[in-house]
Design a binder for this molecule. Structure first.
Ligand SMILES: Nc1ncnc2c1ncn2[C@@H]1O[C@H](COP(=O)(O)OP(=O)(O)OP(=O)(O)O)[C@@H](O)[C@H]1O
Ligand SMILES: [Mg+2]
Length: 288
């Protein structure tokens, strides 16, 4: 897990070796994974209701925003790197569910979840489910410019089936939103229904990306972490303290497969950040 602390040190301004990477590298290669994936059986998924989005999905995603603005080129490249590394790790370890969390609020979890989910769904024959697991302050539906009437909260309460709360974003990307709940969110996230939700999702999708709440000061993400296969931690450059991020990493323990340094100053790239920064361009921000 040393690589993770190196990433945190970068975020916190502690000097590190320029060769260290934010997300663990795994074998086999991305190309080999793709080949394996193509040979694998395509999962069958019942069609869900299609969401009508305020903005086309592509325009929300820095990764494929046409026309490409100069400042988005960096984001596109970094998103490709993240996509490849996350997919490599998940495939290699035969993981399917991935929690996207951070130590504190507003570190970029929702923005990165959408970007990554879309990028991962562009891999041939990979079906992705994006889930809003932030039951107190859900942000994904708002980010996508829509307001679905049902979501994870209804499933967890036992009111609705998986198909009733699942929406189609594109051919290979489905979405389970949520509405804010008044009751104890941690209780719902920790219950047997959550286990059932993940079991069902794993049967239908190759990758389940869960946009989670922060690890502090509430416990919601901490109770979901044991239920998922893996977690990545978003660290907002210049914002999150090293100690707090390290505490978050300690809570995630063996689930943590890597960290994402978000929002590092591009101007400070060179030797200090060694190129491992992520900057989401003006398009994603404007539409948010
Ligand atoms: N790299 C970035 N560059 C510019 N703005 C960013 C960047 N990352 C995130 N933001 C902006 O910061 C705000 C918080 O981002 P986001 O909602 O994704 O964070 P979050 O971690 O999901 O927050 P919360 O903990 O409240 O769910 C948003 O307005 C988002 O557009
Ligand atoms: Mg969020």
């Amino acid at each position: 897990m040393g690589f993770f602390y190196q990433a945190l040190k970068k975020a916190a301004g502690v000097p590190t070796s320029p060769n260290e990477e934010l997300v663990e590298r795994e074998q086999p290669t991305f190309e080999e994974d793709l080949r394996d994936k193509t040979a694998a059986a395509t999962p069958t998924v019942k069609p869900h209701r299609k969401l009508s989005l305020k903005f086309p999905l592509e325009s929300l995603v820095a990764f494929l925003s046409p026309p490409v603005e100069d400042e988005n080129v960096i984001a596109m490249e970094q998103c490709r790197v993240l996509r490849a590394r996350i997919w490599e790790t998940m495939r290699h370890k035969q993981f399917k569910s991935l929690l996207v969390t951070s130590a504190m609020p507003a570190e970029g979890k929702t923005l990165l979840s959408v970007n990554l989910a879309f990028a991962l769904s562009q891999i041939e024959n990979v079906r992705v489910l994006l889930v809003d697991a932030d039951l107190r302050r859900p942000g994904l539906a708002r980010f996508l410019g829509m307001m679905p009437d049902k979501g994870l909260n209804n499933f967890l309460k036992g009111d609705e089936s998986f198909d009733d709360v699942c929406w189609t974003l594109n051919d290979s990307l489905d979405f389970v939103p949520t509405q804010p709940v008044e009751e104890d969110a941690a209780e719902l996230l920790h219950g047997q229904r959550m286990v059932e939700f993940l079991r069902e999702a794993k049967q239908r999708y190759d990758l389940i990306l869960m946009d989670a709440p922060p690890l502090f000061p509430i416990v919601d993400a901490q109770v979901v972490a044991p239920l998922v296969d893996a977690a990545v931690m978003v660290v907002r450059a210049g914002q999150t303290s090293f100690d707090l991020s390290r505490q978050g990493a300690d809570i995630l323990k063996g689930k943590l497969i890597g960290s994402i340094l978000n929002g590092a100053d591009v101007g400070r790239k060179t030797a200090y950040y060694g190129g491992y920064y992520t900057r989401y361009g003006s398009q994603a921000k404007k539409k948010n």
